[in-house]
Design a protein around this ligand. Structure first.
Ligand SMILES: [Zn+2]
Length: 227
């Protein structure tokens, strides 16, 4: 039985409230902790999350969820590449997931590394495969439509928001399967930012219009320290 997107979103918000109240909660406090036996035959996660690999942002933990509750795709910088799209399409088509959250976070090292390369003007490819992460992030930052008074290289907080915006747009642009379900209202895609200092997940935006290029950033993020 698929859980409607808004109900799934409420469960995530509530789970994050539990996490903030007790970040090291006992496993009994996790949703789904008692269902290990049932999970051996099937999974029915109520939401999918595309998050960063950062060790400080364990997705199930920050949403107060145990086994079987969330379908999680993690990659440094929460970028959208074919493997991520395939995983999310599987969650939607095979598992009936109707909510996808793109979860960025403050202090993201992948974004810091990308910004450092942009500031230094070093256009050489990073060693190894890191370019597969910094490439999409730098395009997210450089190609983003921004206000008239803004230009050049974004500050860190803005970059986090722009990168979530880009991933949100990519989900609808790069996957016809996801786009179709977004169009019919079967699927909802929302952006969120996890704040390292407070443990709070701020849900910041719905997805931009389906299948169209991003014409404005949909995520505007500033840490609460500066608000
Ligand atoms: Zn990160």
């Amino acid at each position: 039985m698929s859980i409607p997107p808004d109900a799934a979103l409420r469960r995530l918000r509530e789970g994050n409230r539990r996490f903030r109240a007790d970040p090291f909660m006992e496993s009994e406090a996790l949703e789904g902790h008692a269902e290990l036996g049932k999970l051996s035959s099937r999974q029915v996660p109520f939401a999918a999350v595309l998050g960063c690999s950062d060790s400080r942002v364990p997705v199930e933990v920050v949403f107060g969820q145990g086994p079987g509750q969330l379908f999680v795709v993690r990659v440094a910088g929460n970028v959208v590449t074919p493997s991520q799209l395939g995983s999310l399409e599987f969650a939607v088509v095979q598992l009936g997931v109707r909510l996808i959250v793109v979860l960025g976070h403050s202090g993201c090292g992948a974004i810091e590394a990308t910004l450092a390369g942009m500031v230094s003007g070093d256009s050489s490819e990073p060693n190894g495969h890191l370019g597969s992460i910094t490439g999409p992030i730098s395009r997210a930052l450089l190609d983003a439509p921004r206000g008239d008074d803004q230009g050049g290289i974004p500050e860190m907080d803005e970059a986090v928001g722009l990168n979530v915006s880009r991933s949100l747009a990519d989900l609808g642009c790069e996957s016809s399967i996801l786009a179709e379900r977004l169009g019919s209202g079967d699927l909802k895609v929302v952006g969120a930012v996890y704040e390292l200092e407070s443990g709070r997940v701020e849900f910041v935006a719905d997805a931009p219009p389906i299948g169209r290029e991003l014409t404005a950033p949909v995520v505007s993020y500033r840490t609460s320290r500066r608000r």
